[in-house]
Design a protein around this ligand. Structure first.
Ligand SMILES: Cc1cc2nc3c(=O)[nH]c(=O)nc-3n(C[C@H](O)[C@H](O)[C@H](O)COP(=O)(O)OP(=O)(O)OC[C@H]3O[C@@H](n4cnc5c(N)ncnc54)[C@H](O)[C@@H]3O)c2cc1C
Length: 524
């Protein structure tokens, strides 16, 4: 993973000349005053952990699994949000951990937590490092130091239960590794977020991730049927049946807990048979409103596609090489729907037929497989573009929320208005890509010319969008989580009593407060 951006540096995406021209002419984007820092120019604070603590940690995991070198510290600094990248590009690694610890077993995690609690060292569970909400930037004050607990060595498929259709997997597995291991048994998880290539199973559970095929396979939190969690107070084994009436479901305490309550060291996940057929196709709707109504019907009237997404007019236009390909010659592009179907041949045929009938009835025009296949091929490449846009002098950010269907038009308008108010004349694109019978998520991408202080510019836009989301009745996050960036809005969303409950759980499980301090838990 590139230390200051996304993915494999060899796959960096150059912005095509016409796009550069468009950025300059439409948005007034100019190259930033200073080039991005090189790795050698990064400013790293001196490591603060006492030698005795490092030695004690090394005694638990083995010396080679406690790293305090510059390379390890820089690569475990923050996550991949826009401000994270802006800071790294400016050479600022002031949030770097003092050491990176790589435990090899659940027992080692328990022991590391015990040691860190004893020495008051903050611990940041670290999966793929793809958080986009400041989930890997702990508050340091009052701690002897900060350790990034990299779970990458916990990367085994432990067992498969083909009768119950579950698999026990370790949290440090990156999604493609997990899919490869499951493919050996003819199985799939069906979890494909845009961060698929780097994010881990533990991170998906801890941040309540949702993948691009959520309409068919569900969100990640729906897939978790059991888990093992290491806390500073000991171990919890949760989930002995798919559903239970034995009190509140404790799995829900740790799903979305973002490393603040414990470290997930094993997951029992629901799995599916690997699909024999995958078919993606495109549909065109005249307007976003018409497309939204069609998606709602698909979500409410049974057997939805596996992948279902609707781009608004702007996103459709920007995503097309030739907008008129989709619309009437010289006219509007309309709005693109991508529908993907995965499964056994008979099941796919049935769901395709059902969806086609409904989409036609709702005013959709079938565009054939090309737009769908094109989307599927490029589905993991957009994050590379963000780096190129930042380098070109644009600020680019993504925001997501969810609400009930009845509130969706108001939420859509409110967020767009807020972003325009905060940024002047940005390019604001939106899509719906996670649908439920009762509502859906809205995912916005905003691009604007960087000001001299892009961090302040980002903060103003983020605040405005957050206020608009809260005001219009949406949740502050559908799948990115809370981290530090959404803490204020989350506190408002759950209220004082909700915050008290979270603090009560935190105090019980982590009395020394060492787990990811500053993240998730509202402080009054
Ligand atoms: C380009 C890009 C695209 C993205 N697309 C999507 C998307 O489509 N859908 C989506 O849902 N998200 C998306 N994300 C957000 C991110 O990938 C998810 O939040 C993901 O779940 C994080 O996984 P990770 O392994 O990288 O976790 P990390 O970023 O390492 O950690 C995330 C949080 O979980 C905690 N944590 C990690 N592992 C554990 C563990 N084992 N036990 C306890 N706590 C733990 C961390 O302390 C942190 O608070 C995207 C991010 C980027 C940068």
């Amino acid at each position: 993973m590139l230390w200051s951006g996304w993915g494999d540096p060899a796959r960096a995406a150059e912005l095509p000349a016409p796009v550069r021209e468009l950025l300059t002419e439409l948005l007034g984007v100019r190259p930033p005053a200073a080039p991005a820092a090189t790795f050698g120019e990064v400013r790293l604070p001196p490591a603060a952990l006492p030698q005795a603590v490092l030695a004690a940690l090394a005694a638990v995991t083995g010396e080679e699994h406690v790293r305090a070198d510059d390379d390890a510290r820089i690569r475990h600094t923050r996550g991949k949000s826009t401000p994270d990248l802006l800071l790294m590009r400016a050479g600022d690694a002031s949030d770097a951990p003092d050491a990176v610890v790589l435990p090899g077993s659940h027992e080692e995690v328990v022991e590391v937590l015990r040691l860190c609690a004893e020495h008051r060292v903050a611990v940041v569970p670290f999966g793929g490092g793809t958080s986009v909400v400041g989930g890997l930037t702990p508050a340091r004050r009052g701690y002897a130091g900060v350790v990034a607990l990299d779970l990458g060595r916990l990367d085994r498929l432990r067992s498969v239960d083909p009768v119950s259709m579950t698999a026990d997997l370790e949290p440090g597995l990156r999604a493609p590794q997990a899919e490869r291991l499951l493919a050996g048994h003819g199985l799939t998880l069906g979890h494909f977020p845009q961060s698929y290539e780097y994010a881990t199973l533990g991170g998906f559970a801890a941040a309540r991730s949702s993948g691009q095929a959520s309409a068919g396979y569900g969100r990640f939190d729906d897939m978790v049927v059991g888990m093992t969690v290491a806390t500073p107070r000991g171990t919890l084994e949760i989930g002995r049946a798919p559903k239970s009436a034995a009190g509140p479901d404790l799995r829900q305490v740790f799903l979305g807990s973002e490393g603040a309550f414990g470290v997930i060291t094993s997951l029992r996940l629901r799995v599916h048979r690997a699909p024999a057929v995958r078919a993606y196709e495109g549909w065109r709707f005249e307007t976003f409103a018409a497309g939204t109504a069609a998606l709602r019907r698909l979500a409410q009237e049974g057997a939805p596609p596996t992948v279902l997404r609707l781009s608004d007019e702007t996103e459709t236009m920007v995503g097309l090489a030739k907008p008129t390909d989709l619309g009437t010659p010289g006219g509007d592009s309309g709005c693109l729907v991508v529908a993907g179907f995965e499964g056994a041949p008979g099941d796919v045929a049935h769901r395709r037929e059902h969806a086609a009938a409904l989409l036609v009835e709702a005013g959709g025009v079938h565009l054939g497989p090309e737009p769908g296949e094109k989307w599927a091929q490029g589905r993991f490449s957009a994050p590379y573009l963000r780096d190129s846009l930042l380098a070109a002098g644009a600020t680019v950010e993504t925001l997501e929320t969810a609400c009930f269907w009845a509130d969706l038009p108001r939420l859509y308008d409110a967020v767009r208005l807020a972003l325009h108010g905060a940024l002047g004349s940005p390019l604001v694109m939106c899509h719906i890509s996670h649908v439920y019978a009762t509502g859906a998520s809205l995912y916005f991408t905003v691009v604007t010319a960087q000001t001299g202080d892009p961090l302040a510019q980002w903060a103003a836009a983020k605040r405005a969008a957050g206020e608009a989301i809260v005001g219009a009745g949406g949740t502050i996050s559908h799948h990115h989580g809370v981290g530090r960036d959404h803490l204020e809005a989350y506190a408002a969303e759950i209220g004082d009593l909700g915050g008290e409950i979270l603090r009560g759980i935190k105090e019980r499980l982590d009395p020394a407060g060492i787990l990811n301090p500053g993240v998730l838990i509202p402080v009054y």
